[in-house]
Ligand binder design. Structure first.
Ligand SMILES: Nc1ncnc2c1ncn2[C@@H]1O[C@H](COP(=O)(O)OP(=O)(O)OP(=O)(O)O)[C@@H](O)[C@H]1O
Ligand SMILES: [Mg+2]
Length: 270
């Protein structure tokens, strides 16, 4: 049975829309050694929407984000309890292939991190290792399409074989988004993707995120309240390892129920 949650379709859409739940965290606790970083977190992530995770530094946003594609597996000492599903399937199931999971749930990091290779190779690498291209023409097609979807193609089409590290910060971040898109993920996780960018590059990436939600489910961690308000449809407020409030972004920013949300969005703490 498909479950749905009700969310607002953004400032331009007056009516409520219903989207299926793409990912669900139930009773998620995370420990780093003896230290508990997340406490019994529940969160539904709606398909083809942007879900923003906000809250003061150290409250567990990145920790939660990493549970969604098991990036915490790579951290020694880290233990995850509870249940996380993708299309209803437990992603911590012992039979699940983590490499395949990370292709379905991609990630874009805070600092643009292109490989020290050409623009072309940065994007071609994932499709190659996942066997998504039958031949060179296929691969070129995937690279071009990914760059177009990331809004970068026109800027780099004449320099595809130059190093990705030679691009500007904003271009590098769009390259990383193109790289994430290239393996056709279903969900894209973004951890403060604009924090290293200037306001113009940030605006470009925000527009891109808005477009990407037509095809992808996005979960974004951000310290910018303006950004959360601009790009997301659902916002979850974290505080001291718990979600204290989650709801439609419009409501969270205009009329939150929890005083901690109110204080945080108005800059009284964090
Ligand atoms: N690799 C790690 N080893 C040990 N403790 C960690 C590790 N990563 C995070 N923590 C701890 O877990 C808690 C949550 O950290 P997390 O990075 O998830 O917070 P955050 O909300 O993303 O903060 P920020 O906004 O500063 O990025 C913090 O107390 C942090 O010190
Ligand atoms: Mg973080």
């Amino acid at each position: 049975m498909m479950e749905h949650i009700r969310i607002k379709a953004g400032p331009r859409a007056a009516e409520q829309v219903t989207m299926p739940i793409k990912m669900r965290g139930e009773n998620v606790s995370v420990f780093y050694g003896a230290k508990q970083a997340l406490y019994e977190v529940d969160l539904d992530v709606a398909e083809r929407q942007v879900t923003a995770l906000i809250g003061p530094s150290g409250c567990g946003k990145s920790t939660f984000l990493r549970t969604l594609n098991r990036m915490n597996d790579t951290i020694d000492n880290c233990r995850v309890a509870g249940k996380i599903t993708l299309d209803g399937e437990d992603i911590y199931d012992r039979d699940l292939d983590v490499v395949e999971l990370r292709a379905r749930v991609g990630m874009v990091f805070q600092k643009p991190n292109p490989f020290p290779k050409s623009i072309f190779e940065n994007i071609a690498y994932g499709p190659k290792i996942h066997g998504l291209a039958r031949n060179k023409t296929d691969l070129e097609e995937i690279v071009a399409t990914s760059l177009k979807r990331a809004g970068l193609f026109n800027e780099v089409k004449d320099r595809l074989h130059e190093p990705g590290t030679g691009l500007s910060g904003g271009q590098q971040q769009r390259l990383c988004i193109a790289r994430a898109i290239a393996v056709s993920p279903e969900v894209i996780l973004m951890d403060e993707p604009c924090s290293a960018l200037d306001p113009i590059a940030t605006a470009t990436v925000e527009e891109l995120i808005d477009e990407l939600k037509q095809n992808f489910t996005i979960v974004i961690v951000t310290h910018s309240m303006q950004q959360a308000a601009r790009v997301s449809q659902t916002t979850a407020m974290f505080h001291l390892g718990r979600i204290v409030e989650v709801g439609p972004t419009e409501k969270m920013f205009s009329n939150p129920d929890d005083k901690r949300t109110q204080d945080y969005i108005t800059g009284r703490f964090g």
